[in-house]
Write a protein that binds this ligand. Sequence first.
Ligand code: LRH
Ligand code: MN
Length: 396
Amino acid sequence: MSFGSDLTERAFGTLDAFQIEIPSWGFANTGTRFGKFVQAAAASTIEEKFSDAAEVHRLTGSTPTMALHVLWDLPNGVDDVEKVRLLAAKHGIRSGSINPNLFQDQEYKFGSLCNPSAEIRGHAVQHMIDSIHIATGLGSKDISLWLPDGSNYPGTQSIRRRVSWLEEALHASHAELTEGQRLLVEYKPFEPAFYHTDIADWGMALHLAKVAGPQARVLVDTGHHYSSQNIEQLVAWLLHTGMLGGFHFNDRRYADDDLTLGSIDPYQVFRIFHEIHTGAAEGLGLDVAFMIDQSHNLKGKLEAMVQTVMSAQELWLKSELVDREQLADLQDKCELVRAEELFRGAFWQDVRPLVAQWREARGLAVDPLCALREGGYVERISKERAGKQSTGGSYA
Ligand code: LRH
Ligand code: MN
């Protein structure tokens, strides 16, 4: 199927500009509370994670940065910065968003930044500050905070006192940011807390980001919503208020399942991307970080990551091909079916040949998944890493 030269040029420009960040923990052996199925090829060192990220970028051309999780990737904190800087340079992958970890230490049983103990809140704020210093040392722009804080039973914690402690802690953390850095506030309705979660939805995250300071924004993890929630609507609101900082993309059937992007509801990602394209086209001057946040419990880690980036490239291009001018006209004329058919029509378009054309033109593998299988990288690392895998331990 041939696409006109204009469309091809537009598509190539769209794909050239598309970048999505991959999570270091996506290459590690992860599981659920019921266990972990170990893969020989899984990464267990930060060097192996950079090597895997480089392979994904070599194959897809769209993943130049890797998100790092402080305790998992820099267990010695700022003392690991030099080592990580050298690995990033060696593998040609830049350090991306820095994720503080306030969900492992035993002292955070009743919360971290929201803990009733001022001493424990102080430790948590210090971890935030250390994470910001790590970001400064690695040249990372975003410090991406997710808090597990909450409670499991009614009446056991003061929800409002915890809000005040959280505002204070985020304001103190924000004060440590250097110019150009951002604090991204991620919300999640539940898990690991099962009665209340201190940052449970986009409104709470927006308020906290505003109180924290001008360099704070909201991060939308697509898996952190009740199933009936209209995610693209809250994305539109965050765009409208100038508070959208970034995304953690994944997919889910039930809760925070962390499945591969587009595996359950690709149309959801298309609708979100449409809001971003529309905002950009209307000159909103967006600075929205696209990141993947998935756990590949059953699929091969590299395969799942390459598949995810390919899906994201395709859905990003599909949503760019919506004739937004004509759509706006039909919307304002309330031509419902025409508008819907125009909108959905773009989603039904098979852009895979066009993306393959772009890959070929950019010297990339026309079919990255096929190239991964034929390239022998996974077989090689499986041999190199055999026997190093642990079945126990935490999430990643
Ligand atoms: C929490 C979350 C958060 C990460 C973690 C790995 O569910 O989405 O973004 O820190 O997953
Ligand atoms: Mn997330």
